[in-house]
Design a protein around this ligand. Structure first.
Ligand code: PLP
Length: 384
């Protein structure tokens, strides 16, 4: 019997240090001291005066907190306006705003699946969809990454009447795209529902940033449900489910993360509405994100990206971690993905493009990245 019931935490922590997997928190400073390629502020709007003003005006009108669940006191007229505006933007019948994208995924999947259903999820689906599967009480099958034939097989072997297929539209780790047209064809052929997480697609893909679902001509399909976050292109916080009125009504009745969670704070609602308004007024912002991502990929010497995410595979976790630290030390903030976020031996830097990256910033990025990546690739070659 051990005296300290949490001593195993130290053993685990030591193992993570050895494996180069210890995670640390770094507080941002209010002034931007570094060039940012780590955030998901794809449209560069988090400090835009209109977005800040949108948040402040909402706080003045509605107060600082939502004050309760959406079902009790947490719904304001602005929540409903945001839902209608987002739905109209992506071509869906209706929208329902949640306190986060994570909560939107948990709510949509658990309310539409449940015991006696089958859920088929792409192997690369975001952690929130993975957790949604676990909570759903449905039978869960994982389909190979971006493989509609695998989904087809799993759906045709099922005994369950109800089935749900889950995928990101743009996968968060690598920025690659789901084969949505094929997936929708397969799910429809089997009488299943397709849930697409557009967290990294909205504001970036599709006409004026309407997302990959819209780009594939699938907007408004009754057997398709879109989920998204308001924390990336929309420069705020919160999540949304965009679907038919029928699905919206069901989620209000049955989605536990909607019912038992405090509504989205007014500031986030106001900020998201302002960001959406800016994107509508300047739809070319979405293309600018993709153009800047192409610039970053050229600098990093990797293939051309399909989204804002540029993934630079560096192999071992320690090599990727050290490269990220070296960038940071020189004033370049980059993301670093290591196991369990990605498979062993495929740790990577994750660079995210922003629509507002300047030529001067790209010059700085080129100088720093070229040196850091040459060093990291040299080390990885020795280790391999
Ligand atoms: C693909 C994807 N889905 C869902 C989420 C969760 O969204 P939120 O941060 O709003 O909870 C994220 C990350 O934030 C994501 O990358």
């Amino acid at each position: 019997m051990t005296a300290d019931p949490l001593s195993w935490l130290d053993t685990r922590a030591a193992a993570r240090v050895d494996a180069g997997l210890r995670r640390t928190l770094r507080a941002r400073t209010p002034e931007q001291a570094s060039v940012d390629l780590a955030s998901n502020d794809y449209l560069g709007l988090v400090r835009h005066p209109d977005v800040i003003e949108g948040a402040i005006a909402a706080v003045r009108r509605w107060g600082t907190g939502a004050t309760g669940s959406r079902l009790v006191t947490g719904t304001t007229a602005e929540h409903e306006q945001l839902e209608a505006e987002l739905a109209e933007f992506v071509g869906a019948e209706a929208g329902l705003v949640f306190a986060s994208g994570y909560a939107a995924n948990l709510g949509a999947v658990t309310a539409l699946a449940g015991r006696g259903a089958l859920v088929v999820s792409d192997a690369g689906s975001h952690a929130s969809l993975v957790d949604a599967c676990r909570l759903s009480r449905a039978r869960v099958e994982i389909a190979a990454h971006r493989d509609p034939a695998a989904v087809d097989r799993l759906l045709s072997q099922r005994s369950e009447e109800r089935a749900l297929v889950l995928t990101d539209s743009v996968f968060s780790a690598d920025g690659d795209l789901a084969p949505l047209t094929e997936l929708h064809r397969v799910t429809r052929a089997h009488g299943a529902v397709l849930i697409v997480d557009e967290a990294h697609g909205l504001g970036v893909r599709g006409e004026g940033g309407r997302g990959l679902v819209h780009e594939c001509g699938l907007a408004g399909e009754p057997d398709l449900v879109v989920t998204a976050t308001l924390s990336k292109a929309f420069a705020a916080q919160g999540g949304v489910v965009l679907a038919s009125e029928r699905v919206r009504a069901h989620l209000i009745d049955a989605a536990r993360t909607f019912i038992f969670d405090t509504g989205l704070a007014p500031a986030a609602v106001g900020a998201a509405r302002a960001a959406l308004g800016l994107l509508r007024r300047d739809p070319s912002m979405a293309q600018r994100v993709l153009d800047r991502a192409a610039d970053l990929a050229r600098i990093a010497g990797v293939g051309q990206p399909d989204s804002a995410v540029v993934s630079v595979d560096l192999g071992e976790a320690q090599v990727a971690y050290d490269a990220a630290q070296a960038c940071r030390a020189r004033g370049l903030s980059v993301g670093c993905f290591r196991p369990p976020s990605v498979p062993e031996g495929t740790s990577r830097l994750r660079l995210t493009a922003r629509a507002d990256l300047t030529a001067a910033e790209l010059g700085t990025i080129a100088t720093i990245l070229t040196e850091v990546l040459a060093d990291a690739r040299g080390r990885e070659a020795v280790l391999a």
